[in-house]
Design a protein around this ligand. Sequence first.
Ligand SMILES: Cc1cc2nc3c(=O)[nH]c(=O)nc-3n(C[C@H](O)[C@H](O)[C@H](O)COP(=O)(O)O)c2cc1C
Length: 186
Amino acid sequence: MAVMKPVLYLLVCAAPPVQFVDGVIRDAQAKGWEVCLGLTPTAATWLEERIPELVELTGRPVRIAARRPGVDDGWPPADVTVLAPATLHTVNATALGLTLSWVAAFACEAIGKRWPLVVLPCVNSAYATHPQFGRSIATLREAGVEVLFGEGGFVPNEPGKGRPEAYPWHLALDAAARRRRVGERN
Ligand SMILES: Cc1cc2nc3c(=O)[nH]c(=O)nc-3n(C[C@H](O)[C@H](O)[C@H](O)COP(=O)(O)O)c2cc1C
C-alpha cells in the first residue's frame, strides 16, 4: 500500500531568496515532504521563466491566483504551510486580513482554521522598523502562527547588505517538521 507523504505548502513572496526556491524544495523533498509551491503575483513575475521547471520539480501546478469556484486546484490538503521569504507586504497583509494575493488569502484562512502556519520573514532593518511590522508580527504570534523572526529566526540586515544565498530556509523546514499536524486535514 502506498504511504502518503506529508504535504508542505511553500508560499513564496517577492524577496531575493526566492531565486533559491528550487534548493529548499529539494531539501524538503529529501526530508520526506510532498511540496506544493504558491507564489505571490510579484514573485511569479520574478520566476516567470522558471515556472515550468518548478511544476516539474513539485509534480503539481504552481499556484499564483485563487482557483475559480468549482475548479479543483490540483493540490492535496496541507499538513503544514510555510510562508517564506515573507515580505513586509505579505506579513502586513496577513496580519491585517488583506487578501489581495492568493498567498495572503491562504495564510489568512489558515489562521482562522488554526492550521499550522510557519512564517519566516525576509526584511531589511528599514522595513523591520516600520511601525506596522512589529504590530503584524505580534498579531500573528497571538493568533498562533510560528513567526521565526529575531533570535533563532531571521535577523534583518542593513539595506543593501542582504545575503539571499544565506537565507535560513532550514529554520522554516525544521519548524514545519515540528508543527506537522497529525489530526484534521484541510
Ligand atoms: C530587488 C528587490 C529586492 C526586494 N527585497 C525585499 C525584501 O527582502 N523584503 C521585502 O519585504 N520586500 C522586498 N522587496 C519589495 C517587494 O518585492 C515588494 O514589496 C512586493 O510588492 C512584495 O509583494 P509580495 O509580498 O506580494 O510578494 C524587494 C524588491 C526588489 C525589487
